[in-house]
Design a protein around this ligand. Structure first.
Ligand SMILES: N[C@@H](CCC(=O)N[C@@H](CS)C(=O)NCC(=O)O)C(=O)O
Length: 221
């Protein structure tokens, strides 16, 4: 089984963590999905990674859908709580984390334009702040975001926070502050998330998948 991934991708990281937690062997195929030589469009008409290419089935794409696929195919150990209401809560957490990631991606590309739209940037920054504030509230003082074992909600939040580290590393915060002056590195604004991240940082699947930025050399926007 092959996973088309990218070293900084929070979406692919979710899948990598889940496969590692379940002990499922896979070959990592790192790409830059924004470059012309990416294989992504051969397998996903939406031209996005991650794409999971099983040995015996059609390619599976979109990270949340891949997470479902993995859960069906490799149920042990489960990444979802047993109680249906908690399983739904975990998926809701994933939705929030994905929304913040999507807004962050939109902001990244908007900032590449000679004249970013202030209205658009502020709209996306409200989503980033709103989502992180809500996740900070949900995490509270808990060891796991939902339930009492490591799972989907933890993975979604960890992937999101790793992406926020990339935001800091790539110098985005000062650019964001031009549109939202109260923006700051996430650890300073969200102490519950900072504690949560520190608690899980040394877990092997988390440490092995820490994001690494790549260099974009082709014109995209
Ligand atoms: N909702 C998608 C988002 C995936 C996504 O945005 N992937 C990025 C890499 S991190 C990508 O391939 N971007 C290329 C593009 O959007 O054209 C998912 O969860 O899989």
């Amino acid at each position: 089984m092959i996973l088309i991934s990218a070293t900084p991708s929070p979406f692919a990281r979710k899948v990598r963590i889940a496969l590692m937690e379940k002990g499922v062997p896979f070959t990592l195929q790192n790409e830059i999905p924004w470059h012309a030589d990416t294989q992504t469009s051969r397998y996903n008409p939406l031209e996005q990674l991650p794409v999971l290419i099983p040995d015996d089935a059609d390619p599976v794409f979109e990270s949340s859908h891949i997470m479902e696929w993995i859960e069906w195919r490799y149920p042990t150990p489960p990444m979802l709580p047993d109680a249906p209401n908690e399983a739904l809560e975990a998926k809701q957490v994933q939705v929030i984390a994905e929304g913040v990631l999507d807004a962050t991606v939109l902001l990244f590309w908007e900032m590449q334009r000679p004249q970013p739209s202030a209205e658009w940037a502020q709209r996306q920054l409200r989503k980033v702040k709103g989502g992180l504030t809500e996740l900070n509230r949900r995490v509270g003082t808990r060891e796991h975001v939902v339930g009492d074992r490591f799972g989907l909600a933890d993975i979604a939040v960890i992937a999101l926070l790793g992406n926020q580290d990339i935001v800091i590393e790539t110098g985005m915060i000062p650019l964001w502050q031009a549109y939202a002056p109260d923006m700051a590195p996430w650890h300073e604004l969200y102490p519950n998330l900072a504690r949560f991240e520190a608690l899980h940082r040394d877990r092997p699947s988390v440490r092995a998948t820490a994001p690494v930025m790549f260099a974009l050399t082709e014109k995209i926007v």
